[in-house]
Design a protein around this ligand. Structure first.
Ligand code: AMP
Length: 286
């Protein structure tokens, strides 16, 4: 049976005790609705550490009022079973809240938090940075694991850890995809069968864009053609479909192997995001 902590003080003490006995501790922050993408982070942590804390908390401060906080997938019993299959050195941290009554202090990241998601979801990275900061206080682990699936979020967390000199290391794990290329995401639960089928077009459009650039087409034309593919597949709105520098998140005019294609697009009322580097997209088989 997996141990479940719901009190910040209890999980912190368990982590401190484990580290004092010479073990290292990994932390995998999640919002639940676990899938194989999350489990790839958990497995990486289980291989590296004697003790792994997986947190599940649907953080209200990173959702705006019009977003999906209230319908976000919550399935603790299923999540528990999935985690039990990953290892026997895992404990869950499922707090009711990570905020004190009348909490009034937020961390508002700048720099890499400003473009892309920062433009389209202006509240988002403030909520993320604040809750991750609180989580690092509750779970003083050696290493925290984040997915490349949320590539800008990963950069925002690294920026915060560096800026505040937080005593934790950030480790990243590549995006896990379904057989048709769609990045696994808890929000894929929202898609009905036909939308789920259309959603695979995101990765196809990304691959096609990279291949056009490889074949000598310019970046703008290649991005436009790829966005047309999405529109024809039924995507209603494309928030962004752009190549950027993976460190600064500035738009690039020359593509390198590590240039990152970032995409956010709406399908059937669901906002899907994806990203990948040029090198990987050109070698992609899907
Ligand atoms: P979430 O529960 O969506 O907040 O995600 C928790 C963590 O899992 C984040 O670090 C995500 O980047 C990561 N993650 C989500 N989906 C995937 C995926 N398909 N592959 C790898 N990591 C993922």
């Amino acid at each position: 049976m997996i141990t479940i902590f719901d009190k910040e003080g209890d999980v912190r003490q368990a982590v401190i005790d484990s580290r004092q006995s010479g073990h290292t501790v990994g932390l995998v922050p999640t919002m639940g609705g676990l899938h194989d993408g999350h489990l790839s982070l958990v497995r990486a942590a289980c291989q590296a550490h004697e003790f792994v804390i997986v947190s599940i908390y649907v953080n209200p401060t990173q959702f705006s009022e019009s977003e999906d906080w209230d319908r976000y997938p919550r399935q603790l019993d299923i999540d528990k079973k999935l985690l039990e299959s990953c290892g026997d050195n895992i404990a869950l941290f499922v707090p009711d809240t990570l905020y004190r009554p009348h909490h009034a202090t937020m961390i508002a990241p700048q720099g890499v938090a400003l473009p892309f998601e920062g433009v389209h979801r202006p509240h988002f990275f403030t909520g993320v940075a604040t809750v991750v900061f609180r989580l690092f206080q509750a779970v003083p682990a050696d290493i925290a694991y984040f997915g490349e699936k949320d590539f800008q979020q990963l950069a925002v967390i690294k920026q915060m850890v560096n800026d505040f000199d937080l005593p934790i290391t950030i480790s990243s794990v590549p995006t896990m995809r379904a057989d048709d290329g769609l990045a696994l995401s808890s929000r894929n639960h929202y898609l009905d069968l036909s939308a789920r089928y259309q959603a695979a077009m995101i990765y196809k459009a990304m691959t096609s864009c990279a291949e056009q650039i490889r074949d000598g087409h310019d970046i703008t034309t290649s991005c436009e053609a790829a966005q047309n593919m999405l529109q024809e597949a039924g995507f209603s709105q494309i928030d962004y479909f752009s190549w950027c520098d993976p460190d600064t998140f500035e738009i690039v005019s020359q593509i390198q192997g590590d240039s990152r294609l970032l995409v956010a697009a709406w399908l059937d009322g669901t906002r899907l995001i994806d990203n990948e580097c040029y090198e990987k997209l050109c070698g992609a088989q899907k």
